[in-house]
Structure formats: C-alpha cells, structure tokens
Ligand binder design. Structure first.
Ligand code: ADP
Ligand code: MG
Length: 698
C-alpha cells in the first residue's frame, strides 16, 4: 500500500472502523443517526462507546475528551482517563454511553456574553456524531457541541449545525419543484478552507515580545526587500519548510484530514495549505485541528507558525479563503452548471439566491469576519476591501443580463436565453479569468469568500452564508410552490431578483479607489472597522432572520455581539500594553544608549581635532532625541487613554474608543520607533528586524 492510504485516517474512528468493530444492527442505527440526524438510542451509545474505548486503548490512548469549540474561537478539551477503580483496589478501563453522548466540562470561564452566570457553570457538551471521533495526544477526542442547560448555544458548532439544517430544509423545498431531483433526501453545504500562515525560526521569534504576546509585530521598519519581486510565490520550498510540510501532511492525514495542496505564498516566509473540501461541520473541525497541528509540528522543527491575519505591516497578511457550495446526497453540486435546460434553470436559481443573499446581508458577511486582527487586512492591498461585492465573471454576467433583458446573448451561440427551455451556453471556467481582488467570487462551481482572516474559525462565516442563502431559498420556494405556470414564474423570479440585486456584482478591481467611490454610489455598505460593523449584528433584520431559521435566538445574538466587541477591545488593550512595555524596557533605553555612544564619538572626534566634521552625528542625535522623547511621552499619554477606556462600560462605545483613540495612538507611536530603527546601529537595536525575521528560515 502507498504511504498516504496506509496512514490516512489511522487515528480516526471512521466508517471502516465502525463497520468492523460494531455489531451490524448497532452500526446501522449509528449510521442512521449520522446520515439522517435520528437521535441516538442509549443502548446503541453504550455499545459504540465501548467499541470506541477498545479501539482507542489499542492505539495507546488512556484518556477521552469532549472536544468543543467555545466562543474563544479555538478548541477546548478536558481530559478524563478511562480509569475506573474496582473494589479490590485495582482498576478497569471504562467508557459509558452516557460519557460518550454527554459531558459536563464545568467550563465556566469561557465567554458566554452574559448567557450563563459563572456561578451557575452549567454548560454541557453533546456528541456531534456527524464528525468522527479521533485520537490526539493519547486522548480519544469526541467532537461535541457546547450548550447551556437552558439550550442556548455557547459555542460555534451548535449554530453551524443549525444553519446546515436550515439550508437543507429550504434547498429541498426548491429542489422538489424541479423535475430532475428524484431521490434527493438531503442537501449539505460543503467547504474547502485554504489556510495561509507564516513560518519563522523559533529562536528569532522568541526575541520579539510583540509576536509572542500579540501574534503580530507592533514595530518594524520596512525591509529593503519585501515581496516586490514576487519571487517567493510558488517558489521552491526551502529544506526546513519542506520537512515541516511533510510532517504536517502526515499528521493531518492520520487524523483523516484531506490535506492536498501546499505552496509558498506571496510574502516572504508565507505559505498555504488547502484541503479537499468536505461537509461544512467536518471542514470546520478539520480546519481547527489543522491550525493546532501546524503549531505543534512547527515547534518540533524549531519553528513558530504564525496564524495572525497581519503579522507584518506592508507585507501581505494571511487569509482563509472559504470555498463554499451546496451538494445533494446524490452527489450533485448545485452550483455546477448542468447539461440540460432544467439543470441550468436550477443552477441559475441557486446562483441568484446567493446574489440576493449577499446583497441583502452585506452587514452579516462583514460581521462574520470582524476581528481586531482582520481589520489590518481588509482594505490593505492584498485582501479584499471591507466592501462586499460578488465576482461572477463576464460571461456569466452576460448570461444573466440576457435573461433579464430578453436580448440575445452576445457570445458564440447568439441565442436568446430562456430559462428551462434553452441550454446554457458553455462558459469557460478558466482560472486566468478569476478576479483575485473580489471578496466573494464565483469560481466555476463554488463561491470563494475571501474575507475571513487566517486565525478565524470558519464556523462564523458559514453560519452566515448558510442562513442567508436559506432565507433566499425560503422566499423563492414560497413563490414557486404556488406557481400555476412554473416556467413562467421561475423566469419572472430570476429576472426580478437579478434586477434588484445586481448592484452587488462587480467584476473590476476591488482594490482600486474608483471602486470605493462606485460602491458608495451603488449604496453598498463600507464598514471599515470591526467597531463599525459588529454592533449591526443585533439589528431587527438580523434577529428576525436568525430566529426564523432557528439558528440564533435574540439572546444568543446579543451575547455574541458582546463577546465579539469585548474580544476586539481586549485584543487592542493587550497590544497597547505590550507596546508600552516594549518602549519602556527596550526601545527607549536602547536609543539612549546609542545616542550616548554617538555623543561620545562626537566628543572624541572634537578632542582629536576641532576640524573634524561631526555634523552627521549631530543631526542623528538631534533627530533620535526628538523621536525618542515623542515616543516616551506618547507612552505616558497612552497609559492615561487606557485608564479612560477601562471606565467605559458600554461595549459599543468602548470598541469605538479603542478604534479611534487607542489604535490611532499606537499607529503614531509605531511610526516614531520605525524611523528610529533605521538610524540606530544594528548592535543596539533591541530585537530582530523585519529582515531578520523574514529570512530566518533557510
Ligand atoms: P483553485 O483553482 O482556486 O485552487 P480548487 O478547485 O483547487 O481551486 O479549490 C480550492 C479549494 O476549494 C479547495 O480546498 C477545494 O477542495 C475547494 N472546493 C472545490 N470544490 C468545492 C465545492 N464544491 N465546495 C466547497 N469547496 C470546494
Ligand atoms: Mg482559491
């Protein structure tokens, strides 16, 4: 057997293992739970748990954990051993059905946005049987959802599963109306998240307290060579990087993760990993695991893996392209243009459902990617701007125009587009045709949402995409189910939807200034910062939308808004404190030392001969003194500003304050330090420069 197939899924309690370890009737009933969401019976859970335990022990595991995804955005685990004492003072290894199905992690310190008072501490985890259990670090990990006893979601997985239910329900309603969908019982959203990251030598990384504490550099002058030459992009892999990637692939394969593509990215020291797409909740679990394993494997190679969205100013940040589509249990991709007229009409209907959803919910898409870190990326030159638009490609746009106007489609066929009657003209799915600047691009048979930042859990964006598209489909189904003449009503619906929402389509360069102006004319939202966007989460439209599809209750939305805002404030607060500490402890003293040496140099030159020119030294000293004084004064000012921030209790106001007062002050401070870095001698500067960091891995 080849290497990949022999190790793939070795640490996963997957279908093959289940089939071989479970009695037939138990296997069937578990499969029924997994495929059709039928609740698991207690007697079945008991047998499954026992088989899981035996399998895990065989693989060397001693503990189990309910593995969940609280609102911190990372995963959480608390390990219990299988050990159960016996009367004779010995022990046996046990794992009950109850322990498999439900856990009480007493995880009272996770953010709940006021839903669960800490003293209650009553959150429980329940198994998500659609995502396989696996072994990591000697523990059997059971993917779970995390809820409060009153049923509110305290995690990212619960609403994700609910949103998948919502889109399943509405998509099935629509599919029923077309002739070609017999046998379709379930529609799932599929996701393939492309993950970008940086690799830096661990020793050099550790010398940068800003990277260690905040994940990004708070200081650093632009290096002479950045990414201008594009010579890193798709370049050959350096041996250390290659060794890291090889081990990473293997570790991921063992966990049943379809790691597929790896390459160097645009910025120096930046790389990417893309998996083969899969069901959304599994893709989300896998992406969380991928990020974790990236960090662990990096440490083994004396590397630091940076997942921050913008670790280095003036260089590309890291994103996580969220490729999204819908697939039936009969294997049809609903965003794949079909061969027959009916398949095509159906494709166009789903396409306009997405167009409508995105136009009507620009706010939600922006909120779904909001974080202090991602704010540095959106609108910078490598990431899409904070304005949401859709790229369709010229040909597809022409097709829709032709349907709308009834005019002839311009391309080769020169035929009139009539839904459900004519076959769609073939349009090219050429990658050169893709618009890399678009935040939401149709790429032939899926949409690629490019705004998520590299650290983000993809749960959030997909909760939003699933729900907003479910809402379009719900409205479509309401109309079409009542139609007397289906073809006519369908055509009318596509035309009116496209007409109303085509303002969201933009095939041009999203990074240009003209687009910002044009978007404003079109009335599109431009929510530049997280502080501007997050508060919109609680609007009437959004509360109604999520409640209708049973994805979030109003209480859950309010709590999540608070968590997001709180997180935003805390992140900037930590950055500001780190910055102050670095200035006081490192930069200010280092610059003084260098100035003293330079002053001494002036003195000794003068002592040697009054004729010697010291004008350059004098200029440098004067400028350094000016900048260093400004910098230290700003530190004291910033300390006062942070005190003021502490007093603000309203999170919306607090976030705006952090954005307008704290963050702006930090940017100014950085500029003083970065200018000084260029004057101060290498041996005096207190930490590695951008150049040192970015060329640290060979
Ligand atoms: P590109 O040319 O942009 O690299 P790929 O086809 O390789 O495009 O896809 C990039 C990512 O999109 C991969 O993770 C891939 O698995 C994912 N992807 C492909 N098809 C789908 C789909 N139907 N649904 C979700 N993700 C998909
Ligand atoms: Mg891509």
């Amino acid at each position: 057997m080849d290497k990949i197939t022999s190790i793939f899924g070795a640490n996963v309690f997957n279908d093959e293992v289940m089939r071989s370890m479970l009695p037939d009737d138990i296997y069937k009933s578990l499969r029924n739970t997994m495929d059709n969401g039928i609740p698991l019976q207690e007697d079945v859970a008991k047998v499954v748990a026992n088989a899981m335990k035996d399998w895990a022990i065989q693989k060397g595991a001693t503990h189990y954990t309910h593995w969940f995804q609280p609102m911190t955005g990372i995963t959480a685990e608390k390990h219990d051993s299988f050990l159960t004492p016996t009367k004779d003072g010995k022990c046996i290894m046990e794992f009950s059905g109850k322990e498999l199905v439900k856990g009480e992690p007493d995880a009272s310190s996770f953010p709940s946005g006021g839903i669960r008072a800490t003293f209650e501490a009553r959150g429980y985890t329940s198994w998500d049987p659609t995502s396989y259990a696996f072994i990591k670090d000697g523990s059997l990990c059971i993917p779970t959802a995390f809820c409060s006893y009153s049923g509110e979601a305290l995690d990212k997985k619960t609403p994700l599963l609910r949103s998948m239910e919502a889109i399943n329900t509405q998509a099935l309603r629509v599919l029923k109306l077309f002739k070609n969908n017999e046998g379709v019982k379930r529609v799932t959203s599929t996701v393939g998240p492309e993950q970008e990251y940086f690799l830096i030598d661990k020793n050099i990384f550790n010398k940068r307290k800003d990277l260690v504490y905040t994940g990004r550099t708070l200081f650093g002058a632009k290096p002479p060579k950045g990414q201008e030459l594009d010579d890193h992009y798709f370049g050959s892999l350096k041996p250390r990087v290659s060794a890291f990637m090889k081990e990473l692939d293997e570790e991921l394969w063992k966990l049943g993760i379809y790691a597929k593509t790896k390459h160097n990215e645009v910025a120096p020291a930046q790389h990417e990993l893309a998996p083969v797409f899969t069901t959304t909740n599994v893709a989300t679990d896998h992406n969380q695991l991928t990020m974790e394993i990236m960090k662990t494997v990096a440490r083994k190679h004396d590397l630091a893996c940076i997942l921050h969205e913008k670790p280095f100013a003036n260089l590309n940040g890291s994103g996580k392209h969220n490729n999204w589509s819908l697939s039936t249990d009969t294997g049809v991709n609903l965003l794949e243009p079909g061969k027959s007229p009916y398949e095509n009409a159906q494709f166009i209907l789903f396409l306009v459902a997405v167009i409508k959803a995105v136009d009507e919910n620009q706010d939600l898409l922006r909120i779904s990617v909001a974080s202090a870190g991602n704010d540095h990326r959106l609108g910078s030159n490598e990431a899409p701007p904070a304005i949401i638009s859709i790229f369709l490609g010229e040909e597809l746009e022409e097709i829709l125009e032709s349907i709308e106007t009834g005019n002839k489609y311009k391309a080769k066929e020169k035929s009139r587009m009539e839904l459900g009657v004519t076959t769609l003209p073939k349009f090219t799915r050429d990658s050169t045709d893709r618009n890399r600047t678009s935040p939401f691009a149709f790429t032939g048979n899926k949409f690629e949402f490019r705004m998520p930042g590299s650290t983000l859990s993809v749960a959030g964006p997909n909760i939003v995409i699933n729900t907003i598209v479910a809402e379009s489909l719900r409205q479509f189904a309401d109309i079409l189910e009542k139609a007397e003449n289906f073809d006519e009503e369908l055509n009318k619906l596509v035309v009116s939807t496209y007409k109303k929402h085509k303002r969201i389509i933009y095939n041009g360069n999203n990074y240009s200034k003209e687009w910002v102006e044009e978007a404003e004319k079109r009335g599109l939202l431009n929510l530049v910062s997280s502080a501007d966007s997050i508060p919109l989460f609680t609007s009437k439209k959004n509360v109604e939308l999520f409640a209708r599809h049973k994805v979030f209750s109003e209480k859950e939305i309010i709590s999540r808004t608070e968590i997001l805002l709180e997180n935003y404030c805390k992140t900037i607060n930590i950055e500001a404190l780190t910055m102050n500490r670095i200035v006081k402890k490192d930069i200010f003293p280092a610059v003084n030392l260098y100035m003293r040496e330079t002053c001494k140099n002036v003195e000794s030159k003068k002592a040697f001969s009054a004729e010697l020119n010291t004008s350059v030294e004098e200029k440098i000293i004067t400028r350094l003194n000016e900048l260093n004084m400004k910098l230290i004064n700003d530190v004291y000012k910033l300390e006062k500003t942070l005190k003021k921030a502490e007093e603000i209790t309203d999170y919306k106001k607090k976030a705006t304050f952090f954005r307008n007062q704290v963050y702006t002050a930090m940017e100014k401070m950085r500029s003083y330090a970065d200018e000084m870095e260029l004057f101060v001698g290498r041996n005096y500067w207190p930490f590695p420069t951008y150049g040192d960091l970015l060329s640290s891995v060979n």
